[in-house]
Design a protein around this ligand. Structure first.
Ligand code: CA
Ligand code: CA
Length: 281
């Protein structure tokens, strides 16, 4: 009487014999290749859970700020975000992903100039057809996954990994810049950056410190911009229209809708907003 294990082994051997006898051995090969890839991906998860050093977004190339960086730039201008490592072990490759709201910040370039490792690769995720990140379930629109390799650095390593240049598309009071990494296409992710040292044959994680982006404060309020989205349009006229005919004594009085400050909301206020129609900050 075979043991359960022997029984399984016997059936597997029988199955293998059947497979070898099929006319499509390439299918078996494909299956084994997929299995091998899956196994490799599992191995990638074997990074130590403890972290070493820090990777941050920074305005400067040679240090991380004590508190998360706040970047400011006007719509239409460019924003430079440096991704910097601080007090980290020696490494000769890394990978890290940077996420932003792509309706506010659009990636213009990813650049390793002045960086610790020069052999740079990156993918910009768009969420559109042909998105190179489509395979990586953990990545979404606005994310950039960056990896690089080069000569082993000297520990402790502090310095620039790469520079991201964004074009500022829209106004925001605060929009996060997130650092993270995706290890597997299955969507497994960590709030960390990944490093490896092929000479010492080890991999390790670092902590990450993201930041945020905001537009600089406006000097002059935009007349008629009732909803403060930096453009005067039909939405703002609608807000004034809802306050139409109200006076200061009214329960629903909206002082903001009284653009000419005469104590009532009427056609004069609508006309005043109309004079600034389509204006932007
Ligand atoms: Ca508005
Ligand atoms: Ca008025």
């Amino acid at each position: 009487m075979p043991t359960p294990n022997e029984a399984i082994r016997t059936s597997v051997c029988a199955l293998r014999g059947n497979i070898q006898g099929t006319t499509k051995p390439f299918m078996v090969l494909s299956f084994l290749t997929i299995l091998a890839v899956a196994t490799t991906l599992t191995v990638n998860r074997a990074y130590s859970n403890s972290t070493v050093g820090l990777v941050c977004v920074s305005a400067v190339a040679n240090s991380c700020p004590a508190a998360p960086a706040v970047f400011t730039a006007d719509p239409g201008s460019q924003l430079r975000v440096r991704v910097v490592t601080q007090s980290i072990d020696a490494f000769d490759s890394y990978s890290v992903a940077v996420g932003v709201n792509q309706s506010i910040l659009k990636v213009a370039s990813v650049d390793a100039t002045g960086g610790l490792l020069q052999n740079l690769h990156y993918m910009i995720c768009t969420g559109e057809n042909g998105d190179p990140c489509g395979y990586w379930l953990g990545l979404g629109p606005g994310d950039v996954r960056v990896s690089a390799s080069g000569m082993v650095t000297q520990a402790p390593t502090t310095g620039l990994l790469f520079t991201l240049t964004y074009i500022v598309l829209a106004r925001t009071a605060a929009s996060p810049i997130v650092l993270f990494d995706q290890v597997s296409p299955s969507g497994w992710s960590c709030g960390c950056a990944l490093f490896s040292n092929s000479v010492a044959q080890k991999g390790f994680m670092s902590d990450v410190q993201g930041g945020s982006f905001a537009n600089p404060p406006r000097n002059q309020p935009l007349i008629g911009d009732m909803n403060h989205d930096c453009v005067v349009n039909i939405l703002d006229i609608g807000i004034i229209a809802r306050a139409f005919d109200l006076r200061e004594a009214s329960n629903l009085w909206n002082p903001e809708a009284d653009l000419n400050h005469d104590g009532m909301v009427n056609i004069l206020d609508v006309a005043m907003a109309g004079m600034h129609f389509d204006q932007r900050c």
